[in-house]
Design a binder for this molecule. Sequence first.
Ligand code: NAD
Ligand code: MG
Length: 402
Amino acid sequence: MSSAQGSSKDNPQRISILGSTGSIGKSTLDVVSRHPERYKVQALSAHTRVDELFEQCVRFNPAVAVVGSEEAAQRLQDLCGAQNLSIQIEHGAKALEQVAESINTDVVVAAIVGSAGLLSTLAAASAGKRLLLANKESLVMSGELLMNAAKSSGALIMPVDSEHNAIFQSLPSTASGVNTEGIVKILLTASGGPFRQFTPEQLRVVTVQQALKHPNWVMGPKISIDSATLMNKGLEVIEACQLFDMSPDGIEVVVHPESIIHSMVSYKDGSVIAQMGRPDMRTPIAHALAWPERIESGVEPLDFLKVSGLHFEAPDMQRFPLLRLAFEAQREGGTAPTVLNAANEVAVDAFLTGDVAFLQLAEVVEQTLSRSKISPTSDLSTIISADEHARVIARELVQSFL
Ligand code: NAD
Ligand code: MG
């Protein structure tokens, strides 16, 4: 059991939330604020949104705050100075790693979006923290490395992603997590996103605004686009393989448009265990914070008399090829998931700025994968160079589409 287990009035757990101004970061602060006796905010971080971070500093009085640049740090310093807030203000990626591995941090919430979260997530895993993992891209990029780092340090990785948290809740518990004994398959549910019923002709002309509007969840822009292309589900297939030591063949994606069942586990004896709840990230966050205990999250329980129905269908990998590409990358292994993730990050940025069309997102990823040399090794420098090379190729492809 991790040293970060257990808290009391005299001994609250010290939490560092990396990416506290994002959607997951704010939901985490909402849960934490309901339990001041259990949790003390040690550190908060934002990339550019200094004013929002300052408001969080006033409310939660962390010991440390980290921002993206020297100018942002100066601005936050001025704001805090004017309020007589004494907070250690740092900037840059190294400072995030230092917070993640600090002896003053018990729990790290990895809520930065994309590959920018990789090194701080790895630092938390290597330092044996309780790691609340929202930043799925870091696990996709560095699966084995991250899981091995946690194994050797004794870090407890608690999935925050609602599906993986649901799977964790549906698997047999052990003292240090869960195991997969007796299971046949993981059933990973997907809402299907805003374009579930769109024809290829309709998909060709969808706008950024349409893609950002998820039917069930309110999330940051990158994961919203990934949900619209089903790449989010693809990243989650890889995430599930890594977290639960499964092969891609042991994972089945099931489209469930109501987002009430957050995922399921199917057992040898015919039992299927599902976790259900409202689509509100405070539930998995509260579970990941308190496990094996339960704490209030602010989320109302489901009223089954008001649930109009639960529906299921197979995903369409022809219309949503990024899901197929993610399965293929995980089967290929090595640096293929790193390349997939890097190309997707470049493609999503280009889509958000209007440089590529919706259907070109998959083209950028597919062509980057086919032009990249996939290496079997998984050390950090190999991962970083595979990520950098893939970005160069993906950017060239984006340019060629302009
Ligand atoms: P968001 O865009 O709302 O927030 C991102 C956070 O990361 C912000 O605090 C931002 O300041 C910080 N950030 C951005 N770029 C950075 C950089 N270069 N360096 C340092 N910090 C940076 O994103 P989100 O929706 O909260 O998602 C965060 C992560 O959680 C993603 O990996 C996402 O896939 C995962 N996730 C989110 C949800 C959800 O409901 N939002 C659900 C499951 C998993
Ligand atoms: Mg999810």
